[in-house]
Write a protein that binds this ligand. Structure first.
Ligand SMILES: NC(=O)c1ccc[n+]([C@@H]2O[C@H](COP(=O)([O-])OP(=O)(O)OC[C@H]3O[C@@H](n4cnc5c(N)ncnc54)[C@H](O)[C@@H]3O)[C@@H](O)[C@H]2O)c1
Length: 253
């Protein structure tokens, strides 16, 4: 995806690593000014510094997306730095170890949903306050193949990612006629630090993962970035409330 985002302002959460970092870079290379937000302060600062030293416009914002006040201030800082907000990728999220539902912990359920689901809700709320003033904008929320299907042992994570699709569809209907498009992306298994951490704990999982990939390999963070940029671009002007699987064919069987 190469369309131009010259003059546009993009915000990416979870931008210190993986798909968030790849998407922040892709927006910057397409000409956007980018706010990179992450709970991991030193990592997000060094990600933003990398873009700035490559000649792009970027700021780093330390933000825990589960905290509504921090999210409000993240949007405030983005608009203070760059004057507007055209595109947002609400990507920050965490995995949860596989566990049988009867043995799952309530604290873990609350932790994961506070980041993956409430975090997306927090971000959309304040992004939309800005975008409805402008009368334009595009939001992409990060769901997962875990938002489309079930997998044994993954109920906590999958609940959060199914929830993201519900938020996306209802909010998309509210803003469809007001110049703001809201969609979700559903990545398959992508080669990022999150998956590397999961495989470190469950090393036998890689054989099973690869067996289930019709394309025969894991996805790359840049392949998600490309889809996110398209969803935020005028090329997707009639795409609203959609949950786009970018999964090497995983969910088509
Ligand atoms: N990697 C995959 O296979 C895969 C598949 C489907 C969906 N996803 C989703 O994609 C998103 C990005 O995943 P990734 O694989 O790039 O992971 P990653 O772990 O490489 O990056 C996630 C980033 O989010 C940040 N983060 C975590 N909690 C945060 C919080 N509370 N506030 C702000 N930032 C926070 C982390 O510091 C990290 O920089 C997540 O929502 C994840 O659930 C990943």
């Amino acid at each position: 995806m190469t369309g131009s985002f010259e003059g546009a302002v993009a915000l990416v959460t979870g931008a210190a690593s993986g798909m968030g970092l790849a998407t922040a870079k892709a927006f910057a290379e397409a000409g956007a000014s980018v706010a990179l937000a992450d709970v991991h302060e030193s990592a997000v600062r060094s990600a933003a510094d990398g873009l700035i030293s490559a000649g792009h416009k970027a700021i780093a914002v330390r933000c825990d997306v589960a905290d509504e006040q921090e999210v409000a201030s993240m949007i405030g800082r983005t608009v203070a730095a760059f004057g507007r907000l055209d595109a947002a990728f609400n990507n920050a999220g965490v995995q949860s170890p596989a566990v049988e539902t009867a043995d799952a912990s309530g604290e873990e359920f609350d932790r994961v949903n506070a980041i993956n689901l409430r975090g997306v809700w927090n971000c959309m709320k304040y992004e939309l306050r800005r975008m409805r003033e402008q009368g334009t904008g595009a939001i992409v929320n990060c769901s997962s193949i875990g938002g489309l299907i079930g997998i044994p042992g993954r109920a906590t994570y999958h609940a959060s990612k199914h929830g993201v699709i519900g938020l996306t569809k209802s909010a998309a209907l509210e803003y469809a006629s007001r110049g703001i498009r809201i969609n979700a992306i559903c990545p398959g298994t992508i080669d990022t630090p999150m998956v590397a951490a999961m495989l470190a704990k469950e090393p036998e999982a890689m054989k099973d993962i690869l067996k289930d990939q019709p394309i025969g390999r894991l996805g790359r963070a840049e392949e998600i970035a490309s889809a996110v940029l398209w969803l935020c671009s005028p090329g997707a002007s009639f795409v609203i409330g959609h949950s786009l699987a970018v999964d090497g064919g995983y969910t088509i069987r």
